[in-house]
Write a protein that binds this ligand. Structure first.
Ligand code: FUL
Length: 460
């Protein structure tokens, strides 16, 4: 791999150009690493899932709140028709490949019968106190072929130990141990940085290295999500919109722990860093409703299928992954309005991308240094309205600018242009009839490599 070493100088120059294009001069005033960071197997699998369903469910579902205060009576947890298979079937039929459940939110109520506290489903009347939502959730995931993920809020407004450095961290580790040893393979462990006051008015100092080490030990195949990764980073907003550009590499020192704040932190979460040393792709979370938990008053405020398609383009279509929250109702089911939006979103995406007009044709690549040009001859004019590009991210992310053009009979017309591609870059534009397509990419490494090229006609 001698060429890898030769990348350094050319790559540093290309990085500066990429930075200028991205408006990030300060972030990349460092030389690039000889070998580009690349994803682990778990990070690759995580990215390829594209769509994950987030399920916010707990006492808030019954008290009609977003953040419980930790004083809720466990008896309020009383779903009348809980059916995790309905969650999983809805997710799978809309093309989602994983689901993440709030095993515990900030109120401290545990959806599984934990040994660490009585503030759990075991103290509710649901299933006679013998119920276990986490168990039903993972079983449903497996039955529908979905990956299972769990969110364990570090902030706990119920635990008396919260704010007591060793005691709460030990309790949190015990909860994590229960979740990561009793429920089979967990694909993603989701942490936020919320760090408010506990029941005694004290705040906790979290032991993140200890927490992440425990996940590694108990579920080595899982990815760990938080603002600070280490495997997957938060995208920096809760609107389902990745930055553009969006590099999957970051400088880990910019976001040292979950909950770190500041402009540079948000910029790095949104855009990554072309010179970053760590592979840490971004996950874009957003709710299908205004709130994260179910509120009957929001039944008419469910995002439309068009809006969900837009979210797909602003997340998956920008080298990210969409984590879409669809909160179960107080019955314990996904609401019909939410399911209808999901299913129609899927239908629209399938219609939009069912027929790749490039697939039937030969893609001719010419590589000269850090530039690659692909030409595709359609023989006759074809309407093009969407481009779909993808790098082989197994070897890292390299493209810093690209251009897609169509031959209209007498000239090349620009259809779309951009900066990063990564796992997937989708662009929609007014349909143009063209008999040839030309894709030009510039790599931040010394030698460009071909990217996957697909394109679609407008859907009818
Ligand atoms: C945040 C929480 O405070 C919200 O309630 C929600 O769970 C969101 C996904 O993460 O940190």
């Amino acid at each position: 791999m001698t060429t890898r070493r030769n990348f350094v100088t050319a790559a540093a120059t290309a990085a500066a150009a990429a930075a200028a294009a991205a408006g990030h001069r300060t972030l990349v005033a460092r030389p690039l690493h000889a070998a580009r960071p690349a994803p682990t197997k778990a990070q690759l699998a995580w990215q390829r899932d594209e769509l994950a369903l987030f399920l916010h469910f707990g006492v808030n579902t019954f008290t009609n709140r977003e953040w419980g205060d930790g004083h809720e009576d466990p008896a309020v947890f009383a779903p009348t028709a809980l059916d995790a298979r309905q969650w999983a079937r809805s997710a799978a039929s809309a093309g989602f490949r994983s689901m993440i459940l709030t095993a515990k939110h900030h109120d401290g109520f545990c959806l599984w019968p934990t040994r660490t506290t009585s503030h759990s489903v075991a103290s509710s009347g649901w299933r006679g106190g013998k119920g276990d939502v986490v168990r039903e959730f993972v079983d449903a995931c497996r039955a529908e072929g979905l990956h299972a993920g769990l969110y364990l809020s570090p902030w706990d407004r119920n635990a008396r130990a919260y704010g007591d450095l060793p005691r709460y961290n030990a309790m949190y580790a015990a909860q994590l141990t229960e979740l990561l040893t009793a429920y089979g393979s967990i694909h993603e462990v989701w942490f936020d940085g919320a760090n408010g006051e506990g029941p005694n008015g004290k705040r906790q100092t979290y032991d993140w290295p200890g927490v992440w080490g425990l996940v590694r030990k108990l579920q080595p195949g899982a990815v760990i999500f938080s603002d600070a990764g280490p495997d997957v980073r938060w995208i920096g907003n809760e609107n389902g919109a990745a930055g553009d550009p969006n590099w999957s590499t970051v400088d880990p020192s910019v976001v040292p722990y979950p909950g770190a704040s500041g402009d540079q932190v948000i910029r790095t979460l949104q855009h990554g860093d072309p010179a970053g040393t760590a592979w840490r792709p971004g996950e874009s979370d957003v709710s299908i409703r205004p709130g994260w938990f179910y509120h009957p008053a929001e039944n008419a405020a469910v995002k439309s299928p068009d809006r969900l398609v837009d979210l797909y383009f602003s997340s998956v279509g920008r080298n990210s992954k969409l984590l879409l929250n669809v909160p179960p109702t107080n019955e314990g089911l996904l609401h019909a309005n939410d399911v209808a939006s999901l299913v129609t979103m899927r239908r629209q995406l399938d219609a939009l991308m069912k027929d790749d007009i490039v697939a039937r044709h030969h893609v001719r690549w010419k590589i000269a240094g850090n530039q690659g040009v692909a030409t595709i001859d359609f023989d006759r004019p074809v309407l093009v309205a969407t481009s779909d590009l993808g790098e082989s991210i197994e070897d890292g992310q390299c493209v810093s600018t690209y251009r897609v053009e169509g031959w209209t009979g007498d000239s090349w017309q620009l259809l779309s242009r951009g900066t990063t591609i990564g796992y997937r870059k989708l662009d929609r534009f007014p349909a143009v009839a063209c008999s040839r397509l030309r894709v030009t990419v510039k790599s931040m490494t010394a030698k460009a490599r071909p990217v996957r090229v697909a394109a679609y006609s407008p859907s009818r």
